[in-house]
Design a protein around this ligand. Structure first.
Ligand code: FAD
Length: 347
C-alpha cells in the first residue's frame, strides 16, 4: 500500500503552490495530475489570451516569472513559466493520472485513479474550475438550431467569420472574446447588468492589492470615483480598448427565451443568430469528491480552505470561497501557505 502524508489532486498553479510550501516540510507528498503537460488549464484557453497583469504580478511563490517582452505576458509565456517552476523545484508529480474517486477507509483517504490506488493521511483538492463550465438555463434553449459554445472551448474567431454572434457574459472573458469576434462577425453582447470596466490606468494589480487587503481583513468598500473595485471588473487590456474605439462595448440585458433561429427579447422581438458564445464562467470541478458526500450546491463548506465536515481535506484555488483571489496567480500563494501551515499542524 502506498501511503503519503499528503496527496494533492491537480498540478496547475494551485497544486504547485501547495507543493512549494510542502517541500520545505518533512511531509511526504505527491501531486496527481491528469494531463501529460505542465500548465494546468492554461493549455486549453483561447489562442490570443494574454494575462491581465504584468509578470511581477503573475508570479507564484518563491520564483518570479521572467519579464515578458510584452507588458502583459502571453498564455504560452505563462505555461513555460509553470513548466520551468515545476522543474526548478523538482516537485513529486505523477502525470497522466486522473483521480476518479476519493473515499475514506480506516481513517485514510483511498484515492482511485486510472492507473492505481493511492492512500493518504490528508488530501488537497486543487482541480480548478475549467472542467466545469457554467451555462445558465434559458427557456427553449434546446430549440435553437445554431451553434452554442462556452468560452472554455473557444480557441479563435475563424469559425465565426461573416456570421451573427450573440456573446453572453459581462466578465473579462466576455469582453475579450467580444473584442476578438467583433472584428470578423456582427456581434451583440448580453450582460446581466451594465458591465463594470476598470479605468484604463488600472489593471489586475489593483484587483490583487484590493484582494490582499481583504485577505488581511483591512478592506473597506473601496471605490474610485463612483466605481467600486471588484475581482470581476473588466480590465482594459489592449484588445478591449481597441474594441471600445470601434464602439463595440455596448451591452444589453438578457433575452426571454430561445426560438429555432435565435432569441426572443423581453419586448417580444425575435432576433436570429448563427451562434451563441457563453462567457458565463465556471463552477468548481469536484466530481472526484462526490463519494465523500459533503458537496452541497456545488461547493464544500470550508473554514478558509479546510473542509468543515472532512477536516483532513483542503480545497485550494477554486474562488473566493477558498480564500480571496485564490483563483488567481497572485492570490493562490497566500492561501497555499496558510493551508500547508494547517496541514503541518495536523500531522
Ligand atoms: P487549473 O489550471 O485548472 O489546474 C487544475 C489541474 O487539475 C489541471 O491541470 C487539471 O488537469 C487537473 N485535474 C483536474 N481534475 C483532475 C482529476 N480528477 N485528477 C487529476 N488531475 C485533475 N488569473 C490571473 O491571475 N491572471 C489572469 O490574467 C487570468 N486570466 C484568466 C483567463 C481565463 C480565460 C480564465 C478562465 C482564468 C484566468 N485566470 C487568471 C484565473 C486563474 O489564474 C486560472 O483559471 C488558473 O488556471 C487556475 O489555476 P488552478 O491551478 O486553480 O486550476
Amino acid at each position: 500500500m502506498k501511503l503519503h502524508d499528503v496527496i494533492i489532486i491537480g498540478g496547475g498553479q494551485a497544486g504547485l503552490s501547495i507543493a512549494y510550501f510542502l517541500r520545505r516540510s518533512n511531509l511526504s507528498y505527491l501531486i496527481l495530475e491528469k494531463q501529460a503537460k505542465a500548465g494546468g488549464s492554461w493549455n486549453h484557453t483561447w489562442d490570443s489570451l494574454k494575462l491581465f497583469s504584468p509578470s511581477n504580478y503573475s508570479s507564484l511563490s518563491g520564483w518570479p516569472m521572467p519579464k515578458s517582452t510584452n507588458e502583459y505576458p502571453t498564455k504560452s509565456e505563462f505555461i513555460n513559466y509553470l513548466s520551468a517552476y515545476e522543474k526548478r523545484y523538482e516537485f513529486f508529480i505523477q502525470k497522466q493520472t486522473e483521480v476518479l474517486k476519493v473515499e475514506k477507509e480506516n481513517g485514510l483517504f483511498k484515492i482511485t485513479t486510472n492507473i492505481e490506488i493511492f492512500y493518504s493521511k490528508t488530501l488537497v483538492s486543487a482541480t480548478g474550475t475549467a472542467k466545469n463550465p457554467f451555462i445558465p438555463t434559458y427557456p427553449e434553449s434546446a430549440k435553437f438550431n445554431g451553434v452554442q459554445i462556452h468560452s472554455a472551448t473557444y480557441k479563435n474567431s475563424t469559425d465565426f467569420e461573416g456570421k451573427k454572434i450573440l456573446i453572453v457574459g459581462g466578465g473579462n472573458s466576455g469582453a475579450q472574446i467580444l473584442a476578438e469576434v467583433s472584428k470578423v462577425a456582427t456581434t451583440k453582447w448580453v450582460t446581466l447588468k451594465e458591465p463594470q470596466f476598470l479605468p484604463d490606468t488600472m489593471d489586475g494589480r489593483y484587483l490583487f492589492n484590493e484582494a490582499t487587503q481583504k485577505f488581511l481583513g483591512k478592506s473597506e468598500e473601496k471605490s474610485s470615483g463612483d466605481f467600486s473595485i471588484s475581482l470581476s471588473n473588466i480590465v482594459m487590456v489592449e484588445s478591449v480598448k481597441e474594441a471600445r474605439s470601434r464602439n463595440i462595448l455596448n451591452a444589453v440585458r438578457p433575452f426571454e427565451e430561445f426560438y429555432e433561429h435565435g432569441v426572443i427579447w423581453k419586448d417580444g422581438t425575435r432576433e436570429a443568430f448563427d451562434a451563441v458564445l457563453w462567457c458565463t464562467g465556471f463552477r468548481a470541478n469536484l466530481k472526484h469528491l462526490e463519494s465523500l458526500g459533503i458537496i452541497q450546491n456545488g461547493k464544500i463548506t470550508t473554514l478558509h480552505t479546510r473542509s468543515v465536515k472532512e477536516p483532513s481535506l483542503w480545497l485550494v484555488g477554486y474562488g473566493n470561497w477558498t480564500g480571496f483571489a485564490s483563483a488567481t496567480i497572485y492570490g493562490v500563494g497566500k492561501t497555499a501557505r496558510q493551508t500547508v501551515k494547517e496541514i503541518t499542524e495536523v500531522l
